[in-house]
Design a protein around this ligand. Structure first.
Ligand code: HAM
Length: 431
């Protein structure tokens, strides 16, 4: 059998590909990244790009040793003679904070808004909306702990989905407090779970020693059952005064901007670097357990990576999940666009002439040409298959008197124009 792509990956394919049910239409994907770019750059974000592989330590220290991502889902990169100290990045934040520190971006006006998009890698159990190579749009703001920055970050995430045309989305907003608050909460959880240790899944037994809060995020049914039974108090109950005030301010700004949200007292998030504001964006068509995106504040991350204190906050969408949501809502995406002009020669000797004219036209518009001579019927058929607006035929008569016979493939209108008109885009768009 021919070699297949690895499990949990997808190909991004050109429009019209026959297998789009299992793969992704590249132009739909690009529509998402271009929409995000428009929204985020209007708000002052600049593009950043960091390597797809990084020191394993970056992820261990950043994302956290007690997370599923670090414990079970990291792809290690080996190359000849190497011990495998690199991993494929499972998310974008740690790399962006590393790049910020390493490249002295602190000197730029703060807060600095950055955005990126690209592939991320997690060795997960593959299912709908859960891939091993997936893609995120990621937004990060570095250099401010102000609640206004948090509110703007949540609002921008909502702006992106609105601009994409999604309606059935809701924000679950929470706070996971400051480190002291989390310590108090973890102590509470340790006391609560220790008498029931035997009923916890093996993973959660380990979580109890490393970071009890992670148990709340467990996917195991037995753990979830125990959580309900024990009526676990939420993290929100443990917020200190400062974190609680900050959380109140974030909500106030969001209300003032008419951004709807539900306070979710149990929000945990799957990464360890968060503190204070944390949230997820959900969508009915993606399944209750899977978020369209999530984010939060991570004021301690830069220090954790060996840098100075740099408050930060950000979010990421899963692009594949956004595409599922768009499909579920039946949002129509921009139609594939064919060339404005398609030129075909009717005899071999005029093929290079047609090519030359088409190449000239390419300076201003999308133009294609046939690589061999064609009969008018098959030239029009080909033009139609490619979605061309105008099809032009060039025979020896046209070549001799410098004209083109054009047919509008949508209206059927026919006209003869001087080839000189192809010289610039203005002349063409008047065709
Ligand atoms: P995350 O919640 O781990 O956060 O991932 C964000 C989004 O990426 C998820 O909501 C989901 O849409 C998508 N995603 C995650 N894993 C998969 C997967 N296996 N298959 C498909 N989609 C997936 C982060 O990654 C943080 N770095 C977000 C952030 C940025 N926080 C602060 N700044």
């Amino acid at each position: 059998m021919a070699i297949q792509r690895p499990k949990g990956t997808q190909d991004h394919l050109p429009d019209g590909s026959p297998k789009l049910s299992t793969d992704i239409r590249a132009s739909a994907f690009r529509h998402v990244t271009e929409t995000a770019q428009r929204v985020l750059e209007r708000a002052g974000a600049q593009f950043i790009s960091t390597p797809l592989f990084e020191e394993a330590d970056l992820v261990k220290r950043g994302v956290g040793g007690s997370t599923d991502i670090v414990r079970k889902e990291m792809f290690t990169v080996y190359y000849f003679g190497d011990h495998g100290g690199f991993i494929l990045r499972p998310e974008g934040t740690a790399g962006i904070v590393r790049a910020y520190l390493q490249n002295g971006l602190k000197q730029l006006p703060a807060p600095l808004k950055l955005w990126t998009h690209g592939p991320m890698f997690r060795a997960e159990n593959v299912q709908k909306g859960r891939l091993r190579q997936f893609h995120q749009v990621d937004y990060e703001v570095l250099g401010s702990a102000d609640a206004l920055v948090d509110a703007e970050a949540v609002a921008l995430m909502v702006d992106v989905v609105r601009e994409l045309g999604l309606k059935n989305v809701w924000v679950k907003l929470g706070s996971i407090g400051d480190p002291d608050d989390r310590e108090a909460y973890n102590a509470y959880l340790l006391d609560l779970f220790t008498p029931h240790l035997e009923r916890l899944s093996d993973d959660s037994k380990e979580r109890l020693t490393r970071n009890p809060m992670r148990i709340l995020d467990s996917k195991s049914a037995e753990d979830q059952h125990l959580l309900t039974e024990l009526k676990v108090r939420p993290m929100l109950d443990f917020l200190g005064t400062e974190a609680a005030t900050h959380f109140g301010q974030v909500q106030g700004y969001l209300k003032a901007w008419n951004i709807d949200f539900d306070v979710d007292p149990s929000i945990v998030r799957g990464l360890d670097y968060y503190r204070r504001t944390a949230w997820e964006l959900h969508h009915g068509g993606v399944g209750a357990k899977s978020a369209l995106g999530g984010g939060g504040r991570y004021d301690g991350l830069a220090e954790q990576l060996g840098g100075s204190v740099v408050p930060g906050i950000g979010w990421a969408f899963g692009i594949e999940r956004l595409l599922l949501a768009l499909e579920a809502e039946g949002v129509s995406l921009p139609e594939p666009r064919g060339p404005l002009l398609y030129l075909a020669a009717l005899d071999e000797e005029n093929v290079p002439y047609a090519a030359t004219l088409a190449r000239k036209a390419q300076a201003g518009i999308r133009a294609e040409f046939a690589y061999r001579a064609m009969k008018p019927g098959s030239a029009f058929k080909d033009a139609e298959r490619r979605g061309a607006v105008w099809a032009g035929l060039i025979g020896s008569e046209e070549a001799a008197n410098g004209t083109l016979s054009l047919k509008n493939m949508q209206t059927g209108e026919q006209k003869v124009v001087e080839t000189a008109e192809l010289d610039d885009f203005i002349a063409l768009s008047r065709l």
